[in-house]
Design a protein around this ligand. Structure first.
Ligand SMILES: [Zn+2]
Length: 362
């Protein structure tokens, strides 16, 4: 049985409400992640590609065919529609799906494990992990479908190095799954890391460009810090805002001179295909590169770069999540890093589509 026009509009509005709720819970950020609800056996409604949750209107929610992924209208469905379609096919009782890049579940999905055995309160929980495949590919949808078939009792799943899929008969069930999953994965990481790894941005010395001049947010910004900011703006004319992130996870990683390889898709897309953490302060300015939006400072966190404050903050948040994953992998003793080739592909694709989006918004 199909929905009437009024029912469809109601379902579209409900997706928007849920996206705002998940956004407020911190489970969805920017344009990452997506939400869908089943219409009938043949189609589902899903959030569009590349539009922020705060900007969504009902006509932007796209109706997609489960079998061939065809759709109507001007808005492109989320690039992960294949994963949603695969879930609706495997789980006939599933009415609502939430895909998030939530922090602790995503980080737990970088350890190279096939499943996460954890707990919440006194209840044991097993979360299946679908093997890695590039976002938007048939392979990823297939990996998710296979995992859901194997773990038929499980209503949430981690996509390795990417994020989660949480299923429910309705939105309340799917949201509940996402929340439980996050707590359970935080418990799991606490056991591995032997410490709580809070997620966030701890601002140090930020700066921005105004009327062609560098403005420092703190009057007491030291000269050695100004030196790095000046070099970043000189080498990267596209950058107008720098967030100095001194969060616990970023500080921890900045104390280890190393090459940091991406463990998460959004890191590879937004930050770059790899970062160097120099051993000496003198080497910091040599690590300012065209295709890396983070510059590490030994023992003092990292500078997160953006064309505006919003984008620089997004880089800072994604870096923090990446540093939690990196620390978890180091303490776990193993992990699954993304291949250099996949990182390169994703980074190039993201920069291309992002500049296209920026053009539309101009
Ligand atoms: Zn995603």
């Amino acid at each position: 049985m199909s929905m009437t026009k009024e029912e469809l509009l109601k379902a579209r509005n409900h997706i928007i409400e849920v996206s705002r709720e998940l956004h407020d819970l911190g489970l969805l950020v920017r344009t990452w992640g997506n939400i869908s609800s089943r219409v009938d056996d043949k189609s589902f409604l899903i959030t569009p590609s590349g539009i922020r949750y705060e900007d969504l209107t009902p006509e932007m929610i796209v109706q997609v065919n489960i079998d061939d992924l065809s759709y109507e209208g001007d808005y492109k469905p989320s690039s992960e529609s294949k994963v949603h379609a695969a879930c609706y096919k495997v789980r006939k009782d599933c009415g609502f799906i939430v895909h998030t890049h939530q922090v602790y579940a995503s980080c737990a999905g970088t350890l190279g494990l096939k499943k996460i055995s954890t707990y919440i309160d006194d209840t044991d929980i097993i979360v299946p992990v679908a093997p890695y495949a590039l976002p938007g590919t048939d392979k990823l949808a297939q990996n998710v479908a296979n995992r859901l078939k194997k773990y038929s009792d499980s209503n949430s799943l981690i996509m390795a190095n990417h994020g989660t899929v949480c299923l429910g008969a309705d939105s309340a069930e799917a949201i509940y799954e996402a929340k439980v999953l996050e707590t359970a994965c935080n418990n799991f990481l606490m056991d591995i890391c032997k410490t709580d790894m809070p997620h966030g941005v701890e601002a140090g010395f930020n700066s921005f460009i105004e009327d062609g001049k560098i403005v420092y947010e703190h009057a007491d910004t030291p000269e050695r810090v100004k030196f790095v900011h000046e070099h970043i703006y000189a080498k990267r004319p596209d950058i107008k805002y720098i967030v100095h992130n001194k969060s616990e996870a970023v500080m921890t990683v900045s104390r280890r001179a190393n090459n940091m390889r991406p463990l998460l898709d959004d890191f590879a897309q937004l930050i770059g295909t790899g970062l160097k953490i120099p051993a000496n302060q003198d080497d910091v300015v040599h690590n300012i590169r065209k295709n890396a939006n983070v510059v590490f400072v030994p023992g003092d966190g990292a500078y997160c770069l953006g064309p505006n404050e919003d984008d620089a903050m997004a880089v800072a948040m994604v870096l923090d999540k990446g540093c939690i994953a990196y620390t978890a992998v180091l303490r776990h003793g193993e992990g699954h890093y993304l291949s250099a080739y996949d990182c390169f592909k994703m980074n190039r694709h993201y920069r291309k589509s992002y500049s296209k989006l920026a053009d539309i918004n101009k």
